[in-house]
Design a protein around this ligand. Structure first.
Ligand SMILES: Cc1cc2nc3c(=O)[nH]c(=O)nc-3n(C[C@H](O)[C@H](O)[C@H](O)COP(=O)(O)OP(=O)(O)OC[C@H]3O[C@@H](n4cnc5c(N)ncnc54)[C@H](O)[C@@H]3O)c2cc1C
Length: 302
């Protein structure tokens, strides 16, 4: 198959953080057939969607990465929407609006793809990707086969789904939305966009969304605020001055700057409250020994 591949490709500009070195081989399948072929034949490929919840090592990624950016088909049939894994949330939100379908208003303000959103169980403004999901089509990396899963088999919980526990890659998803007045959807979308302007950094301040998950019955932002995290910075990475659970790339930040800053934030909360924050951002690629050690502490909590 003649599938687009870029070799030794710097991915910094593809990521919402604007951080990351070169990927050995970056594939861009255009059809599900090409995607499945790559999943069947490549050794341990990493699949990425919109690169908006990942920190890519400044030393890059050795091996194979598959971008789902070109897998972007959407089909609307009545109140049902079928979307490929690479479809971007804001586009899907717009298409749902055009068809007077409610349920995707929350996706308007962040760049996640459907694959990334289901992997992370993305949510905002009291809506989540799991709310209107009916079923998904996945590829099992162990069995090398394609099959369907109903929503209840996806094990959705706060910022997690079965995709984080099993070797499944999301190919596409089916949703059933609610038909409502277009005006109602429009005003919800407008309200969500307004909220983001004041509560979250826009992509002109490169970031990857919330850094840590909220601990049970608390908010990571509140705890980080209490330890003065808004004043923290390391190298080109700094905590956003308006919300302590965001790290922004204020210039030429490296992945090490971000990891060290995250560890400083984590340690400050742990020392003061004995609460161990768990990172939401995924760190992918080559790691120095120091990064490996920090990641083992922050990411491998029981
Ligand atoms: C400005 C900004 C605002 C944000 N606001 C929110 C918010 O309000 N709510 C929220 O939940 N998140 C938010 N995020 C975080 C992020 O957009 C979400 O986590 C999103 O779901 C990530 O999707 P992605 O396509 O970018 O995933 P990526 O960053 O590309 O990947 C994330 C993980 O998903 C895996 N993955 C991607 N595609 C697939 C697939 N097809 N099959 C299996 N695994 C896959 C990757 O391997 C990786 O481990 C925000 C981010 C930014 C930059």
């Amino acid at each position: 198959m003649d599938i687009e591949v870029k070799k030794n490709y710097p991915v910094k500009n593809l990521t919402s953080f604007k951080i990351g070195g070169a990927v050995d081989k970056l594939y861009f399948p255009k059809t599900q057939q090409e995607f499945i072929y790559l999943l069947k034949t490549l050794h341990n490929p990493i699949v990425v969607g919109s690169w908006s919840n990942v920190l890519i090592s400044s030393d890059g990624i050795r091996g194979n990465v598959i971008s789902t950016a070109n897998l972007d088909k959407i089909e609307v049939k009545g109140t049902k929407i079928f979307a490929d894994c690479g479809v971007k949330g804001p586009r899907l939100s717009q298409i749902a609006l055009e068809h007077s379908l409610s349920g995707f208003e929350f996706m308007i303000g962040f760049p996640g793809s459907i694959g990334g959103n289901i992997y992370m169980n993305a949510s905002a403004h009291a809506q989540s990707i799991s709310d209107f999901l009916v079923s998904v089509c996945v590829f099992d990396m162990n069995k090398k086969e394609v099959f369907n899963l109903e929503k209840k088999a996806l094990d959705f919980a706060y910022r997690t789904s079965i995709l984080q526990k099993m070797p499944y890659i999301l190919l596409s998803a089916e949703f059933e939305l609610k038909k409502v007045d277009k005006f109602q959807i429009e005003s919800l979308i407008k309200r969500n966009l307004e909220f983001r302007k004041t509560h979250q950094p826009t992509l002109s301040m490169p970031n990857a969304g919330s850094v840590f998950k909220n601990p049970e019955n608390d908010s990571a932002g509140r705890l980080l605020d209490k330890v003065d995290a808004k004043t923290f910075h390391i190298g080109g990475a700094k905590v956003w001055e308006n919300h302590a659970n965001f790290v922004v790339n204020a210039g030429e930040a490296t992945s090490s700057d971000v990891i060290e800053l995250m560890f400083k934030m984590y340690s400050a909360v742990k020392d003061k409250y004995t609460i161990k924050l768990c990172p939401e951002i995924r760190f992918l690629g080559e790691k120095t020994q120091r990064e490996e050690d920090i990641c083992n502490i922050m990411y491998n909590q029981k």
